[in-house]
Design a protein around this ligand. Structure first.
Ligand code: GDP
Ligand code: MN
Length: 385
């Protein structure tokens, strides 16, 4: 789960991580009042779950309270297009007013979970304010990595190594060390999967502060953080993904033409690979998981069919805990209720497979059955060729 910048900054403050003062404004008058309280100037920032706002027109400097009010009016409700939103953009529903900072240097700092080492890893770079992917591609030597031993945590010497790599010195160095250690504490205690401060700023006064903050949380740990769950903004999530999550299903929207209903993430990957191998690409995949009910399967199939990108559907189920007859009944019910306008190919294997195939063939629906995964993928791709 992702959260907004202003929410991330609330968390930073709770952990003693320096970040400029700021407040969400409900209306233009409040944007002006907040700006007034900061001494008459502010940075007005659109809150969407995507970066690149600065270049897209979602971060603007206000020289007076009146200008902040005007910027609020322009930003609120606008469709903000950035490099990360895709061409369709995102509607701005929240506007944050921030106390301006005099920037001396823009740096980059993040924690992420490095799957190769299985460790939380700090990334730091003197090249802040630009996308780290670009730095990694052009000047990878400018990124310093420190893997953290989970038993020890971010040790003092690690924090010093990072501060040193960023060229901090004197009092600023000491502030950097405190910043990194508090940030690590937040990362671990709140079960984050990614925490990025870009830019991490050294101010002209020699302070270290988080000018921007992006946090992603491990969904599997959300149950133990109700205060983080409260940050969830459904407006920022794809409607179909929310719909699916109500039934305990995982739906991922992609940009190809074949809808995929599968059970298990590994099978989803294999299914998408084989679709690509046969010359098409997935429009989405929906993982019904292990023990889904007929009702959940029915909704899964409905959600796939409602995706406008779907030109054909491949159902690929390996019944272990999941029974093939439950899948077949769910598919048939969904097909009857909402009608199916696109070709459907089913590959079933495992528990109660004969019963599942019988239900499909007796349903009267035009559903093709694949002999195996390869055959099913071939058929579904051929169906839309
Ligand atoms: P992003 O474009 O979505 O990553 O939004 P950021 O919050 O990172 O802001 C983009 C850029 O705006 C930063 O890299 C800064 O250069 C600039 N910026 C944001 N806030 C301030 C501020 O308080 N003072 C100054 N001088 N520049 C700022
Ligand atoms: Mn940023």
């Amino acid at each position: 789960m992702n959260i907004h910048e202003y929410q991330a900054k609330e968390l930073l403050r709770k952990y003693g991580v320096a970040t400029p003062r700021g407040q969400v404004a409900a209306d233009a008058a409040e944007a002006a009042a907040i700006t007034e309280s900061f001494g008459g100037q502010s940075v007005v920032k659109a809150q969407i779950h995507a970066g690149g706002r600065g270049k897209g027109g979602g971060v603007k400097f206000a020289k007076t309270p009146a200008e902040a009010a005007e910027l609020f009016g322009r930003m609120m409700g606008m469709n903000l297009v950035t490099k990360q939103t895709g061409p369709e953009g995102r509607v701005v529903r929240t506007v944050f007013v921030s106390d301006p900072v005099d920037i001396a240097r823009e740096l980059y700092f993040s924690f992420l979970v490095d799957r190769a080492t299985g460790r939380v890893t700090a990334l730091a770079s003197t090249e802040g304010g630009v996308e780290i992917e670009e730095v990694a591609a052009a000047t990878p030597e400018k990124i310093v990595k420190v893997a953290v031993d989970p038993a020890i945590g971010l040790a003092e010497h690690h924090a010093r190594e990072l501060a040193f790599a960023l060229g901090l010195s004197g009092d600023t160095f000491r502030k950097g060390v405190v910043f990194f250690r508090n940030l690590y504490k937040l990362f671990v205690e709140k079960d984050c999967s990614m925490l990025e401060i870009n830019p991490l700023v050294v101010t002209k006064q020699g302070d270290v502060t988080a000018l921007d903050a992006k946090i992603a949380f491990d969904d599997n740990a959300l149950f133990r953080h109700p205060e983080v769950q409260a940050f969830r903004d459904l407006n920022e999530e794809a409607a179909a993904e929310i719909d699916a999550s109500k039934f305990g299903l995982n739906f991922i929207k992609l940009d190809g033409s074949i809808g995929c209903m599968v059970n298990g993430a590994g099978l989803a990957m294999a299914t998408m690979d084989i679709i690509q191998y046969h010359g098409s690409s997935p429009a989405n995949f929906l993982d019904v998981g292990g023990g889904a009910s007929e009702e959940a399967v029915k909704n899964a199939f409905r959600i796939i069919l409602q995706d406008p990108g779907v030109k054909a559907v491949l159902v690929n189920i390996f019944g272990g805990i999941m029974r093939c007859d439950i899948v077949a009944n769910g598919v048939v019910k969904a097909a009857r209720e909402i009608g199916v306008q696109v070709p459907v190919v089913v590959r079933l294997e495992g528990t109660n497979v004969e019963e599942g195939k019988r239900i499909l063939s007796e349903s009267g629906l035009r559903i093709q059955v694949g002999a195996d995964l390869d055959d099913a993928a071939r058929k579904v791709v051929a169906a839309i060729a």
